[in-house]
Design a protein around this ligand. Sequence first.
Ligand code: HPA
Length: 247
Amino acid sequence: MTKLAIIGGSGLTQLDGLEIIDEINPDTQWGKPSAAIIVGKFNNNEILFLPRHGNPHTIPPHKINYRANIQALKDADVSEIIAVNAVGGITQEMTPCRIVIPDQLIDFTHGRIDTFYEDNLKEVVHIDFTSPYSESLRQQLINAANINNIDIYPTGTYAVTQGPRLETAAEIIKYEKDGCDIVGMTSMPEASLARELEMKYVCCSLVVNWAAGKTDEIITMDIIENNLKEGMGKVMTLLSALFHERQ
Ligand code: HPA
């Protein structure tokens, strides 16, 4: 049976409606994951839940031990990951509180440990990463949204930035010229590490602000938190719909 995990991001440290069965505290060869992994039932589906920023939310994006998180899920027999993350909207359709299911990414991070394949190798490994997100999981989310009339945007290119600061207006102009639609800090190296361990990985991205320079407004934590509160309700509705369809 396929085991599915949800990695929660900002605004999703706990999963409301998750009936907790167990909690595991794994230690991997790469260290400990961000928090205990919750094993539970969500809409009658057994799932695992891991908050990537810790519980409470204290680990910034560039300090997350992404290898430990992905390895811990692999060791728990997870084969599918839905990664929830908060992002800024760059292109016109990427309005605050909208859910986007990206189909591409560009990695602008630096200095993050981003591979399992560096030491003690029998051979050099290069994974195919043409399509960084699992198309089958993407389609499941898109179908669940369509069937249940949940507004989502079904494609988009995710610019993954280093953070923790937000971007300059000039950086956002550059990312837009590069073809990016949304900007966030966590989809890399999560996506490529999952691919290295042959796990399906998809992002469910919630737009929580217009990206830098897209409005005259300064981006405040208040704006982000208000949109997170409103939008996470939609994310939960989408996840419930997905699990309903998967039964
Ligand atoms: N930029 C980068 N990451 C983000 C943003 C943003 O504007 N909003 C939420 N996460």
